[in-house]
Design a binder for this molecule. Structure first.
Ligand code: B12
Length: 348
């Protein structure tokens, strides 16, 4: 438990406060973190600022520390659990009577990042919305059933990982067909939300504050064409998705021949290689779905940084991409994307 002393920074404007708070969540000091946010509320800091500046900002730092291999997955999980408690604690001290419409908030099927939208949910509550928070990984058909039962004015749909975009598209289409406009958000929709419009979302916002502002004006937008096709995938996309399991197996086999280090891998390293190969194929499929090579090359840059921080040489990733490329020689878009990915790993 943290004991506040005269030396403990108490203001969100004090640059030391964020570091102090990060230490609390990183040390698993749940009571200390809750005391810290309560102290800010007592000092008159608006709840919205605590949620978006402190709690969301700290989670972003947690992500960077995990990516840089400075924090373990367990430490990230523990910190996230504390952030959830701290958020709940701030929310419990705020009461706003609903005066706007009703909104359903959900993560796309297969999307487990519930905290970012929980922050959005609390921000919208504070702005007077009646919120139905459905949390992580909501299957599309169940989401639509919920809409029929509750009749909201909007659906806020979160996608933090781009591999879920095909599911996001199906969910957006189904919500709009049920007559409910969709605001999309989360980094999975790409920089500037570039895939949200393509997947026919009615609006996009890059954070909770922007979403509050967007929903407070000109909502609902007219739903002009609710019957837009729910599937953008072509033969190539379908082939890659259906062949995922075989592609992973063939890639591992191929790697054993072309990258001899894998023959000395222990079980954990072999499992991690299979998992990483699966991620590469999933991101390739998502890039094929939205027809944008950048989705794949951005992912390769990110994976390379994460693997480098874990002392996995760039050559291993390059060998993996080549092994996948060899399985996909008949598919032109995949070849182009894999070549573009390989070019990112080439130091020249
Ligand atoms: C905690 C965490 C997890 C937890 C989530 C638990 C939970 N209860 O939420 C768990 C362990 C489940 C997890 C799993 C994974 N994660 Co993770 N995770 C994170 C982490 C560290 C924090 C997430 C968070 O709370 N962020 C804080 C919020 C507030 O961030 P924010 O984006 O600014 O949120 C705002 C906007 O996104 C927006 N927003 C979000 N949704 C919506 C919706 C609407 C409608 C609107 C308008 C706005 C909006 O509003 C939010 C509030 O302002 C992030 C790092 C990060 N920078 O976010 C990685 C991160 C998102 N995860 C990442 C990865 C890779 C994964 C995994 C694939 C890891 C793995 N190998 O298994 C899995 C995927 C699981 C899945 N299929 O969903 C990567 C994604 C990178 C990429 N290339 O896409 C990140 C960025 C980590 C990193 N630094 O690289 N993760």
């Amino acid at each position: 438990m943290t004991v506040f002393t005269s030396a403990t920074p108490r203001s969100l404007d004090d640059p030391g406060f964020r570091e102090h708070y990060l230490r609390l969540v990183g040390d698993g000091d749940e009571y200390g973190a809750i005391e810290a946010v309560n102290a800010l509320l007592d000092e008159g800091v608006p709840a919205q600022r605590i949620m978006t500046d402190l709690i969301a900002g700290t989670q972003q730092r947690v992500g960077e520390l995990w990516a840089a291999n400075e924090w373990s997955i367990a430490r990230e999980h523990a910190a996230t659990a504390i952030s959830e408690r701290a958020l709940a604690s701030v929310a419990a001290r705020t009461h706003v009577r609903p005066r706007r419409g009703r909104i359903t908030i959900a993560c796309v099927d297969g999307e487990w990042h519930a905290l970012p939208v929980r922050i959005l949910a609390e921000m919208l509550r504070l702005d007077g919305w009646r919120v139905d928070f459905l949390g992580a990984s909501v299957p599309g058909p169940h989401l639509v059933t919920h809409l029929h039962q509750t009749g909201p004015d909007a659906v806020a749909l979160s996608c933090m990982i781009s591999t879920r975009l095909p599911r996001a598209h199906a969910a957006i289409t189904a919500c709009r067909a049920a007559g409910v406009p969709v605001i999309a958000g989360g980094r999975g929709f790409g920089p500037g939300g570039r895939y949200a419009e393509k997947l026919t979302a009615d609006a996009w916002a890059d954070g909770a504050e922007a979403a509050v502002a967007r929903l407070a004006t000109d909502w609902p937008p007219p739903i002009d064409d609710p019957s837009t096709a729910a599937f953008l995938g072509d033969d190539e996309y379908t082939w890659v998705v259906r062949g995922r399991g075989e592609l992973i197996a063939a890639t591992l086999e191929h790697l054993a021949a072309t990258y001899p280090h894998v023959r000395d891998y222990d079980q954990r390293q072999t499992d991690a290689t299979a998992e990483d190969t699966g991620h590469i194929i999933d991101f390739l499929a998502a890039a094929l779905y939205v027809g944008d090579d950048r989705l794949f090359t951005d992912f390769i840059d990110w994976t390379n940084a994460v693997l480098t921080a874990r002392d996995v040489p760039t050559q291993a990733l390059a060998a993996g991409l080549r092994a996948i490329r060899d399985q996909l020689h008949d598919w032109p878009s995949s070849l182009r994307m894999l070549d573009a990915g390989l070019a990112r790993l080439d130091p020249k």
